[in-house]
Design a protein around this ligand. Structure first.
Ligand code: ADP
Length: 193
């Protein structure tokens, strides 16, 4: 099972990804979590990423590509994964395609026969802002939230079309009770896993 979780900040990707990864016994790989761990550990990468994250901007593609490539090469990633927060730009998606090809995932170029699916959890902006303000993470102040939403609409939303054109998109309404969203995802994804 190879899943990409997309959706705006606050859509609930992380929560759902965590639940389903535990259920299906595959790793939940969150680039946001990896970056925050680097910031806490004050690694060179963390120091570089922090300013972008605090401002609600995307961290440069190359840094994320290095992180994801390294993570995908870990032994626990061989049986599948839920990737949360990546790809977030068209350049990242193209890179990821190539990476999957290189590690031998059949058909990932055509996108037809491979196992990859991209889930989009959609939630209206006003609901997102309320959710994020109540979450209270360091980058959850109103100005940064607005910027993150704008960056999402400009840079990440085009990926919905990218995966839809390849018939890999699974669209789910995220503006509902958490348990209902989990149930729908389970039904939509586990049938042919
Ligand atoms: P959210 O769920 O609120 O969107 P994440 O935890 O996924 O937040 O990411 C937090 C921050 O980490 C982003 O605002 C961005 O600065 C950075 N980040 C995470 N993933 C990526 C990525 N794939 N490309 C660029 N920046 C990223």
């Amino acid at each position: 099972m190879q899943l990409i979780f997309m959706g705006p900040p606050g859509a609930g990707k992380g929560t759902q990804a965590q639940i389903l990864a535990a259920l299906w016994k595959i790793p939940h790989i969150s680039t946001g979590d990896i970056l925050r761990a680097c910031v806490v550990a004050k690694t060179a990468l963390g120091l570089q990423a922090k300013a972008y994250m605090d401002a609600g901007e995307l961290v440069p593609d190359q840094l994320l590509m290095d992180i994801v490539q390294e993570r995908m090469n870990q032994p626990d990633a061989s049986a599948g994964w839920i990737l949360d927060g990546f790809p977030r730009t068209v350049a990242q998606a193209a890179f990821f395609d190539k990476l999957l090809c290189d590690v031998g995932v059949e058909g990932s170029t055509s996108g037809k026969d491979c196992d990859l699916r991209a889930v989009n959890l959609d939630v209206p902006d006003n609901v997102l802002v309320t959710r994020l303000l109540s979450r209270g993470r360091q980058d959850d102040n109103e100005e940064t939230i607005r910027r993150r939403l704008q960056v999402y609409r400009e840079q990440t939303e085009p990926l919905i079309e990218f995966y839809s054109a390849r018939e890999q998109l699974v669209a789910v309404d995220g503006d509902r009770d958490m348990g209902l969203v989990t149930a729908e995802l389970q039904q939509a994804l586990s049938g042919d896993s």
